[in-house]
Design a protein around this ligand. Structure first.
Ligand code: NAD
Length: 245
């Protein structure tokens, strides 16, 4: 059901070289989508080659990058049906102690880049009656000490998701979000290695394990597929039940 209904589309996945992003790239490609891997990390090229897609290596905080990405995608593939805003950074510090540059970087990557890319992509997405998925976090709704500024950027992206769903729905563009819990990736590995942290997290997860990227990727694939054709403005927790404990 979900796999057939995304075949033949073109998807842009930002943060596509990362732990979650690379799983999304592979899942969409396996479902027959042409994937454009967008990331600041040069591993994007190898992954694109592996899945028969395209790579754009760029820093999305460069104000000109989002329009350049969309122009490149249209020039290369002729359409843009799916935008997954997965690029993100996390800074672990208390809210009052965060360095000004870190605060600015969190906002620039986690919120502004997703917003600018959406702005640049709206016309082709509307032409394709396509959809957007933003990767938020359970820390958008829960106050998690040590990542409060990160949570604030994710809360803003979550609200942007809902607002855009209202404004873009009449154009035929759906906008949803997934909110992962704890996924083992380069972003979380350092904190998961701290004594006791992993066990404390696991004790709160009804399904009894951390996620891997494929757990998130399968839900993203569903949300961008025709199976989710009447779903917009949704924020879907993909956290093994963490957020309800
Ligand atoms: N890992 C988790 O437990 C978890 C939980 C909730 C939400 N998330 C979110 O999921 C998304 C993916 O996270 P991940 O865990 O895979 O982390 P990751 O660090 O493995 O991947 C993030 C990717 O974003 C890219 N990126 C960062 N800044 C960029 C920039 N300026 N321009 C272009 N690319 C940039 C990085 O190069 C990296 O490939 C992020 O938005 C993160 O906030 C992760």
């Amino acid at each position: 059901m979900t796999t057939k209904s995304v075949a033949g589309r073109t998807a842009v996945v930002t943060g596509g070289s990362g732990g979650i992003g690379s799983a999304i790239v592979r899942a969409l490609a396996a479902a027959g989508t042409t994937v454009v891997v967008v990331d600041a990390d040069e591993r994007a090229g190898a992954l694109a080659a592996e899945v028969g897609g395209h790579a754009i290596t760029t820093d999305l905080t460069d104000a000109a990058a989002p329009q350049r990405v969309v122009d490149d995608v249209i020039a290369t593939t002729g359409s843009l049906d799916v935008l997954v805003n997965g690029a993100g950074v996390q800074v672990r510090t208390t809210a009052v102690d965060i360095a000004a540059g870190d605060w600015d970087r969190l906002l620039a990557v986690n919120l502004t880049a997703a917003y600018r890319l959406t702005q640049a992509a709206v016309k082709p997405l509307a032409a394709a009656r396509g959809s957007i998925v933003n990767i938020v976090s359970l820390s958008a709704d829960r106050a998690v000490a040590g990542i409060v500024p990160y949570g604030a950027t994710k809360a803003a992206l979550q609200q942007l998701t809902k607002g855009l769903a209202v404004e873009l729905g009449p154009m035929g563009v759906r906008v949803n979000a997934v909110a992962p819990g704890y996924v083992t990736t380069p972003m979380t590995e350092p904190v998961l290695e701290k004594p006791g942290f992993r066990d404390r997290v696991l004790s709160r997860i009804p399904l009894g394990r951390l996620a891997d990227g494929t757990d998130i990727a399968d839900v993203v694939t569903f949300l961008v597929s025709d199976a989710a054709r009447y779903v917009t403005g949704a924020v879907l927790p993909v956290d093994g039940g963490y957020s309800i404990t």
